[in-house]
Design a protein around this ligand. Structure first.
Ligand SMILES: [Zn+2]
Length: 153
């Protein structure tokens, strides 16, 4: 239900576990065991402790709600976690990842990060700029440009 929000929060640097297979009670138990807050749109969980119920349905409104509630600062923490698996990213040299990149990506970027968990490669210059541009639109409440819209997971 909140897969896109989970990916966006990870891109912002938040430590987010997402498992669509867990039911309500299992989800609450898992969250308590790991000292996490449950983000949900499930009205049945609304009154449970350690639950943050999202009023909004559009992804941008959800992201705005969560960033404000938990004081997440993407300007400081964006691109420190993998959007796919939540593992931390490690900076690596260009040569380390050269064989896995398209030539124009290698040629046009100086810095790269690799996910500790799944091996996905990120190039902060491009990704970070897109994320911060999208977040600036979200925070301003202005309409999203077509190009920025394309970056939403
Ligand atoms: Zn990963």
């Amino acid at each position: 239900m909140l897969a896109r929000l989970a990916r966006w929060l990870r891109l912002c640097g938040a430590d987010v576990v997402y498992d669509s297979k867990l039911g309500g009670a299992e989800l609450l138990h898992a969250a308590r065991r790991e000292h996490r807050i449950v983000l949900t749109r499930d009205k049945r969980l609304r009154t449970a402790p350690d639950v943050f119920f999202l009023d909004s349905n559009p992804i941008r409104e959800q992201l705005r709600e969560v960033l404000q509630k938990f004081a997440i600062d993407p300007g400081r923490t964006a691109l420190t976690r993998c959007s796919q698996c939540n593992s931390e990213l490690q900076d690596v040299s260009r040569e380390t990842v050269r064989q896995r990149l398209l030539p124009f990506v290698y040629a046009s970027n100086d810095r790269f990060s690799v996910c500790d968990g799944c091996g996905r490669i990120y190039w902060p210059a491009t990704h970070r700029a897109r994320i911060l541009r999208e977040l600036a639109h979200i925070e301003s409440g202005r309409p999203i440009s077509r190009k920025a819209t394309d970056t939403v997971c």
